[in-house]
Design a protein around this ligand. Sequence first.
Ligand SMILES: *Cc1c(COP(=O)(O)O)cnc(C)c1O
Length: 392
Amino acid sequence: MREQDALETQLIHADRGDRGDASIAAPIFQTSTFAFDAPAAMAEGAQTPNYETFYTRHGNPNHADVERLMATIEGGEGAIVTASGMGAITTTALTLLKSGDHVVAQRSTYAGTHDLLTDLLPRFGVTATFVDQTDTGAFAEAMRSETRLVMLESPSNPLLGITDIEAVARIAHERGALVSIDSTIATPVNQNPLRFGADIVLHSATKYLGGHSDLIAGVVVTSRALIDRIWKTHLVAGSVIGPFDAWLLLRGLRTLDMRVERQNRSAQGIAEFLAAHGCVSRVFYPGLASHPGHKIAARQMRGFGGLLSFEIDGSFDDARRAIANLRLIRTAVSLGGIESLVVQPAAMWPDIAESREAADSLGVTPSLVRLAVGTERVDDLIADLDTALAQI
Ligand SMILES: *Cc1c(COP(=O)(O)O)cnc(C)c1O
């Protein structure tokens, strides 16, 4: 694949392997295993990372298509597609960490990542320090001689916090630690963290990459050397995506730029509408000049993404009532699909609905609403929000 091809061209062609068939759409290799003529070739297949035609836990042509495409659009040397975003994150962490190691992570991080660092990894002697992602100095202070990995997430969920990737990567590398970043919310359309010094990019492909709320998947993109190491863990951890879901993911990726570009534009329009609305006290969107991470986001992102949060000027129940009055926008977890979805984060954590302290510690207030903007006409979404907000 020519490096100079534009993203939208790469999305259509960068997966093309050397399969030698004439089909335009990728065939689906719905098989667990592949036949060999010679034992020597079989032994080579068994040991080669991402080998496409040995046994599907090791690799599969449908995995390889996604892996080639993702490596190209993130600017990495290799990729591994996994059965979920958590599969990608956990397989990577288990590869890079051993007993006695230390991780620096963000306080604002995906719940599954938080549980990995506070529950699973401590059982194997790995400890973590959590810092404010917007305070680059806090990363430097948290580094220890045993720190092996700095785990970032930018933008983060649900308040769209922005981490200065380049500055934190410099700090981590000076101390000999690797940097991973969960770039799910940004997508490769808006952000390529490897260019800013991150070593490993992680995605929940369930979200924008798949884009149609019809599959669960994850991706790791990094150097060839790290992929070879992560692949060995992957064989044991077994977070293997089925060939059909990998095929669906490739199909979703074809339109990634079109979807995300519209979602960027619509989210900006909706954020501006909400910021001017009398019933809304605060809007969290990195595309607004009022967002504390706006300047850094403008430097390291090409677009500000399709996710935003806003605080209704009222109680938990006011926010719940407003959401209940939405006509098009439905209530569901997840994000990044073609349909707009909302959640009230406090409704998922009952203690936040009750306690001011719990809310402040996470920055999540009772009337906070998270909106994942889909690809519907933005005017229709704004009308839906306007009608619902009029009910409170
Ligand atoms: C959804 C999500 C994950 C987890 O991905 P799954 O595909 O659900 O396992 C990780 N990080 C972020 C930022 C997410 O939004």
